[in-house]
Design a protein around this ligand. Sequence first.
Ligand SMILES: Cc1cc2nc3c(=O)[nH]c(=O)nc-3n(C[C@H](O)[C@H](O)[C@H](O)COP(=O)(O)OP(=O)(O)OC[C@H]3O[C@@H](n4cnc5c(N)ncnc54)[C@H](O)[C@@H]3O)c2cc1C
Length: 492
Amino acid sequence: MRDSFDVVVLGAGLAGMAAACRLQANGFSTLVVEIHDKPGGCAGYYERDGFAFDIGATTLVDFDEGGVGDEFVKHIGLTDLTLEHLPGYQAWLPDQTITLHRCPEQWRAERLRAFGDTPATQRFWREIDDLAAVFWPGAAKGLRLPISGVGDVARAISTIAPAHWPHARHLLTSLGQLVRQCGLHDNKPLRGLLSMLCEDTLHARCIEDAPLINAALGTSIRGRIARPAGGFKGFWAALARRYGKLGGDLRLKTKVIKVEGKAPTLRVETLRGIFNARAIVNTVPAPLFAPMAPPEARARMAPFLRRDRGSYGAGIVMCLGVPESEVADHNHRHHQLLQDYEAPLGDGNNMFISISAPGDNICAPAGYRAVMISTHTEIERWRGYDHAQAETAKAEVGAQLLRYARRVYPRLDENARVFEIGTPSAYARFARRPHGAVGGVRINMRNSNQFAMPCDLGGGVYAAGDYTWPGLGSVACLLSSRIAAEKIMAAA
Ligand SMILES: Cc1cc2nc3c(=O)[nH]c(=O)nc-3n(C[C@H](O)[C@H](O)[C@H](O)COP(=O)(O)OP(=O)(O)OC[C@H]3O[C@@H](n4cnc5c(N)ncnc54)[C@H](O)[C@@H]3O)c2cc1C
């Protein structure tokens, strides 16, 4: 079997497979090495009793015409991916339900109804809409941060029209500041919704921490979400097939233990042999990669890892396989719930429910649906438990999530065929996330954008994925993998 490649990619999650597909489509020979027995990582899936449950991501973001995902799909010629562009989703606040419509006109009317039709709310939404209208297309054109060379400056100039450069001043503003400037600090429903959206898309602890430009994108994904046919099982089947057709080499159950050397003679040591490469793209969680990286890359990552230590959060996912009748009550199949405006976010206070599509028999047997419920949690809460304590905490959180989910689906779990809960230890075991930390660093004003971990780690080693800019989610993985791939192509 071949053991030398232009590029070896570490990890077959979204970022790794996207980088590999893009490079392979551009004529580079690539190998992806993945420890697990299937690709997917935090956007993966597992199968149980005829169901396929998504363990992390349940939706793809910005795969509409001209979007970040659409550019990727077209670039690699991924023609057999079928997407359902969702009409939006519902936010269940403690005192009202709001529909986050995909349709901009419907969303404009809904948000004024929900948060007030005043000069202050109009100003607020105008600012958010303006930023989203500039930076979504900028992202799709391949904006790169942190700017670390003339190539990145040139890219910034070409992706954002000069008329919009004054928006760059908002790199120093937080979403919380804008809310206050608009006099909306006391608007609880607005703050509640924004907090949920920022936690899910930026992993930010609160809107005061959320950088405004990133938040404008994070709070406007409602018009850009899609669900792959067959959920993420369907997605990975299509992507892995395409990678194979492009000539890529995906090796599963292949644990990376060390990377040595410098471009163009890098060596990747795995438990299944040694591979040579001219460049490496790492998407293995940065804290795990640092100890096995060559000295230059390790040194470049060190200050970021020191700074961000303690800034990670974890996740809990609950999977149910239920008869269709238990989830037939609503048109929307995706719901985000907040239970209490005053309580901290996490552990059910901000949770997401996703239901597989009717007739999707990859995710569920006929007459049944797969239900995925996820929430954020603090890593510290789960550390130090012995087995019995962990099981008790898991049962308690499961009961709590189910109680909350019954606000939306009162009959949920009356006759479930599958009921399973994954805590941070499941993410640590199956996605190799240190302590179950998912979603990368919690983004704030001091660690994002120009202050994010750079893509180019030196010596031919590049980083992509949710530990790098722009952080969490499918858009972020596609953007960071594109930056890594383009830098490798430019260097070659
Ligand atoms: C509950 C939850 C819900 C989410 N919902 C959404 C959503 O709806 N939409 C969205 O866009 N995003 C969502 N996200 C975020 C998204 O899933 C992640 O940001 C994304 O999947 C991260 O991809 P990655 O490639 O950066 O990392 P990973 O997916 O973690 O990939 C890294 C890969 O490296 C492998 N690996 C680790 N160590 C080694 C080693 N030593 N050798 C070889 N391989 C190794 C791992 O097994 C893994 O496959 C969600 C995340 C969670 C946890």
